[in-house]
Design a protein around this ligand. Structure first.
Ligand code: UDP
Length: 361
């Protein structure tokens, strides 16, 4: 089941692997909550045909989303009688699907299971969502050892947990293999910074601080440029345009298509982001990355110098960014690729586990 951009990206390689498996028949359920924004992504990964659930979002509240998901899934389950549902990560739609499937006695398979920040407010509502999904799931696919340990410490049967790496790496490597010299959107400046900022927990003053940090940082870096795909959320977009708009070396652009975003990560010298997925992708590409959050539920990424937490703190962004630009030794130590989430074989590993599961059932 797919609702948001990261879900499509992270489930696409798995869906592609499942569709060629002779033993399985897979419906791809699209909730519709991100509307037409996902169309190019579905095309990129060649995911058609999909089943459109047509979830309603008039008021935009999470409660409305949950209610609509429940109504749509009730009809879908009755019509198709699936033998299980695969959900990914920690969105509210995935949580709602897990509750509905559990209530209907359908097995739930959870891809990217076991991430925890241990703070229900950060990230909100994702920490709650993923914990609820773990209660409902039949099989759990934690990306790495730390997430496995979280599940075990919650009393989940180890036999039901399979560490498989993260399918985000499968998607990234597949996409870059097909790049064939395509452009990324950066100009000709010599130090390229890719920035994103969209998390709900950044809204309360955090976006202001990040933008303030970026504006000061670019003044420290002659011939530097920032490419900033701005999330369409009006709260975020207003702040970003107010603080960063009009600067000659800052490009504020609409969210990039996923392949273009991968090319931009590949071409960037520095990434500054609050995204979860970007932390994993940047590490696999060996791109120095500043994460503008106080906590990460992916502590594996912090074992090396490639990814650092700065919080949404303008001074820390300027300090760390300037140091990476000025200190070649520090930059070289940070520009190292590491693969705690696998090297692109997660999807096939999940399909193998599911095959065994259904063979036994
Ligand atoms: N991404 C994209 N276009 C953009 C920014 C990000 O395609 O302009 C991709 C990025 O490669 C990553 C995913 O979107 O795989 C991350 O999604 P997001 O930051 O929305 O969510 P999170 O990972 O924080 O849940």
């Amino acid at each position: 089941m797919l609702g948001t951009r990261p879900e499509v990206i992270k489930l696409a390689p798995f869906i592609r692997a499942l569709r060629v498996a002779a033993w399985a028949e897979a419906d791809v359920l699209l909730t519709g909550q991100h509307g037409a924004m996902l169309r190019p992504l579905l095309d990129h990964f060649e995911l058609d045909p999909v089943v459109e659930l047509g979830v309603q979002r008039q008021r935009g509240t999470l409660t409305e989303l949950i209610a609509s998901m429940a109504a749509k899934l009730d009809s879908y389950f009755a019509a198709r009688r699936p033998e299980g549902i695969v959900v990914q990560g920690d969105t509210t739609s995935a949580m709602a699907a897990a509750i509905c499937a559990f209530s209907d006695r359908l097995p739930v398979f959870h891809v990217e299971a076991g991430l925890r920040s241990f703070d229900l407010e950060q990230p909100f509502p994702e920490e709650f969502n993923r914990r609820v999904i773990s209660i409902a799931a039949t099989l759990h696919f934690p990306p790495a050892e730390v997430s496995l340990q979280h599940l075990l410490s919650e009393g989940i049967d180890p036999e039901r947990c399979h560490v498989v790496g993260n399918t985000v790496i499968d998607a990234l490597l597949w996409t870059l293999e097909k790049r064939a010299g395509r452009a990324s959107g950066f100009g000709a400046n010599s130090f390229k910074i890719l920035a994103t900022c969209h998390r709900r927990e950044s809204w309360d003053g955090g976006v202001d601080a990040v933008c303030d940090g970026l504006r000061r940082l670019i003044e420290q870096i002659p011939h530097g440029e920032i490419l900033f795909p701005v999330h369409p959320n009006p709260v975020v977009a207003e702040v970003v345009h107010r603080i960063l708009g009009g600067h000659p070396r800052i490009q504020l652009v609409a969210p990039l298509g996923y392949p273009e975003f991968c090319y931009a990560m590949e071409d960037a010298d520095l990434i500054i982001s609050d995204s979860g997925g970007v932390q994993e992708e940047a590490l696999a590409l060996g791109k120095p990355t500043l994460v503008t959050r106080w906590k990460t539920e992916r502590p594996e990424v912090l074992q090396w110098d490639t990814v650092r937490l700065t919080g949404p703190d303008a001074d820390a962004i300027v300090r760390e960014g300037t140091a990476l630009f000025e200190d070649a030794a520090r930059y070289a130590a940070s520009a190292q690729a590491h693969f705690p989430f696998g090297r692109g074989d997660s999807s096939s590993r999940i399909v193998e586990v599911l095959e065994k599961h259904f063979a036994r059932a």
